[in-house]
Design a protein around this ligand. Structure first.
Ligand code: PRX
Length: 688
């Protein structure tokens, strides 16, 4: 390979196609908000200054109830695999349920809102949650013989049974691994195999856009595919969407499938003592996409994770026990684990779980839920905000809800969209926090503390208290705040919510997140191990961070994280496909979409049927969220002389930007041909 080729960027990334909007002015919180806020003391930033790390994390640990108080705040002996609150014994289920019973047993823990509007909302009190979690934990323990440290895969939709299942696992120290309900059976199988789960817990059916979907069929695919990969699932446990009635068309598999609602009858009144777990015991795995086709099982701890989500739910989400809090994310993603289930319930709030689609049956659905339940904290992603703005820009004002606080998470939010969220959804009364973080992090990294720091549209804000970001350039030099330059944003210090490792792959953990800027690979001092987030960012002179997007092969589609390599390997399961390349392309609502380029094996003809089959393969292997915008079957891929696919060129073509100098390619003529194919003769993108 020539020197020129080595230095040349082959790949395209989100950060490269990011829109660089101008810095906006500050927007200040109301006196009314400040008067009731949990955290109003600016000294919190001094208390949690870098030179006082890690001692200040005690503040979050002390929000929890411990069986045995910890003795070491941070054990770095296996850096960068850290252990927070070592020596402590704790149970997450106890902290989210039992400890609230004396004061709040009759208060709603979970409002489950079914998608059909004629179905009643289910208000699960803390006492009811306690009963359900105990009885289900009794099944796990007594019928299945599961114990602390075992892994169980959950593939559940957005229903009240999901937190019940998670908290029952947590009660016993069983490590739950919830797979997003929209993922395919194949994707579920990969996670069953990687985590070594003997059991799969699922639901027969659930509603989406007015359709009762058969979800059980995915369990059959998951079990078959897992068996092919050497992991036999012993039993599939199935919750019924309508208790007492089986709602899926797919038949039960005899000897393997068990209906939980039937099993529960034997466990009436069962009470299971919470298991006293070491703080560093894993609480759950959450798989996420990386730069290879194999998803990573992010391993989150019990004490550290719970402390961090409790602390940030209190200070950043401003949750009080009297609040009705609605986070519209799916519990199958980290946002739901941290900020629908564990954080809000640890603080004894009432947390809303909505089964359906925000814009179904119409653009007023969300606001009716907010009005009926008197929701006062609302949390969603820019994709949902963009969609709601598009289909019903004037809808919120028709309803009488009042939010005090709103969150945006998952993608950069354009200032125009932010302003609509603020003015129309928040009615100019609610503060907004733009929270930047990742599956790996457990909780927020950058955001404003709402009563202390003003908001800046389009900017996440500074590191939250105790989190100390730093931006490096590719050579490891610090990019100073206010320089206007973008760089790779890293976190200088450990925090309790950070994942402990990648399940079963410590080397990949170190390589992916720490190797790049590690000052000394032998060091046991956390100061030598900056955490690489994989995002590009610009930091303004005031310390506010603006995230530009991923610097690697990860794309955020509607706030859902997908690896381009995952999609490419799904395309390669179609026998006619020789090569596949995925690039991110901007989309008005979803933020980004994957565009898929395909080169076929010699002698194979391109047909619309083949393009459809490739798209279907991606839905089968990953799920509908990964479906490409378009499958472009091209005569050849643009390549370097050493044969590498120039995804950067494809990305420029898809996004209608400058392809740059292509004369050094092995096949420069192909660029014009593909450009015409994608953009049409007039040079405009065929699909806007
Ligand atoms: O690129 C960043 C983007 O989402 C990525 C993390 O995705 P995931 O692990 O699925 O977690 C999403 C929710 C925590 C990040 O690397 N991202 C997340 N939040 C923001 C964001 N980009 C801009 N602004 C945000 N607030």
């Amino acid at each position: 390979m020539s020197e020129k080729e080595k230095g040349e960027s082959i790949e395209t990334s989100e950060a490269e196609i990011a829109v660089h909007w101008a810095e906006e002015g500050f927007v200040y919180p109301s006196a009314q908000f400040i008067a009731q806020a949990n955290m109003t003391d600016p000294a919190v930033y001094d208390r949690m200054a870098l030179d006082k790390c890690p001692e200040y994390w005690k503040e979050y640990a002390d929000m929890l109830t411990w069986y045995k108080y910890w003795d070491t705040i941070l054990d770095t002996s296996d850096a960068p695999c850290y252990k927070f609150f070592k020596g402590g014994l704790i149970n997450a289920s106890y902290n989210c349920i039992d400890r609230h019973l004396a004061q709040y047993k009759n208060k709603t823990a979970i409002h489950f809102v079914p998608e059909p509007e004629d179905e009643k909302v289910e208000h699960i009190t803390y006492q009811e949650l306690y009963v359900r979690v105990n009885e289900f934990a009794s099944i796990l323990k007594n019928d299945l013989g599961l114990k602390a440290g075992d892994r169980v895969t959950l593939h559940l939709p957005m229903v009240g049974e999901l937190p019940v299942t998670m908290l029952a696992c947590a009660r016993l120290g069983i490590i739950h691994s919830q797979v997003f309900g929209g993922f395919s059976g194949r994707a579920c199988a990969d996670r069953i195999v990687d985590s070594g789960s003997d059991y799969l817990i699922t639901m027969d059916a659930y509603y989406r856009s007015g359709q009762l979907q058969d979800h059980k069929e995915k369990a059959d695919i998951a079990c078959d595919d897992a068996a092919k990969d050497g992991k036999k699932v012993k039993k599939v446990l199935i919750w019924q969407r309508y208790p007492g009635k089986y709602s899926a068309k797919t038949p039960l598999v005899e000897g393997r499938d068990l209906i939980i609602n039937d099993m529960l009858k034997k466990h009436y009144g069962a009470r299971i003592d919470p298991v006293q777990m070491p703080a560093e015991a894993p609480l759950f795995l959450m798989y996420t996409s990386g730069t290879t086709g194999k998803p990573k099982g992010c391993q989150h701890s019990t004490g550290g994770f719970l402390a961090y989500v409790t602390g940030t739910s209190k200070y950043i989400q401003d949750i009080h026990p009297t609040d009705v809090y609605w986070c519209m994310a799916d519990i199958g993603w980290i946002t739901g684990h941290s900020y629908i289930v564990y954080g809000p319930l640890s603080l004894a709030a009432s947390s809303v779980i909505f089964e359906g689609v925000p814009t179904y049956p119409d653009a007023g659905r969300c606001w009716r839920i907010a009005q009926n339940l008197d929701v006062n904290i609302f949390h969603t992603a820019p994709t949902a905000i963009r969609a709601l703005r598009k289909v019903g820009p004037d809808e919120p004002k028709k309803y009488t809800y009042h939010f005090k606080h709103m969150t945006t998470v998952g993608e950069p939010i354009e200032p125009e969209v932010w302003k609509w969220y603020y003015k129309e959804v928040g009615k100019g009364e609610a503060i907004i926090v733009d929270t930047w973080w990742q599956t790996e992090n457990g909780g927020f990294l950058c955001s404003t503390v709402p009563a202390i720091k003003p908001m800046k549209p389009g900017s996440a804000g500074p590191g939250v208290p105790g989190i100390h970001p730093i931006v490096y350039d590719n050579d490891g030099n610090i990019v100073p705040a206010g320089s206007g330059k973008a760089g790779n944003i890293c976190i200088q210090n450990p925090w309790p919510g950070m994942f402990q490792t990648i399940w079963g792959d410590r080397d990949r953990f170190v390589r992916t997140y720490f190797e790049r800027y590690c000052k000394n690979p032998k060091s046991k001092d956390w100061r030598d191990w900056p955490y690489l987030t994989g995002d590009a960012a610009v930091v303004a002179a005031d310390g506010y961070v603006r995230i530009l997007g991923r610097i690697d092969d990860v794309i955020n589609v509607s706030g859902h994280r997908l690896g381009t390599k995952e999609i490419e390997s799904a395309a390669l399961t179609v026998p006619e496909v020789a090569e596949a390349a995925v690039v991110p392309v901007k989309h008005e609502i979803k933020g980004k979409e994957p565009d898929l380029y395909i080169a076929l094996k010699p002698g194979i003809k391109s047909t619309p049927e083949l393009a459809k089959a490739i798209s279907a393969a991606i839905v089968r292997e990953i799920g509908a969220i990964a479906r490409p915008r378009k499958v472009w079957i091209v005569p050849d891929m643009p390549k370097t002389r050493s044969g590498k696919i120039m995804r950067r060129v494809l990305g420029a073509i898809s996004n209608g930007t400058d392809v740059g100098d292509v004369m050094t390619l092995a096949n420069p003529e192909i660029v014009e041909l593909i450009t015409k194919m994608v953009q049409g003769e007039e040079g405009k993108p065929v699909i806007p």
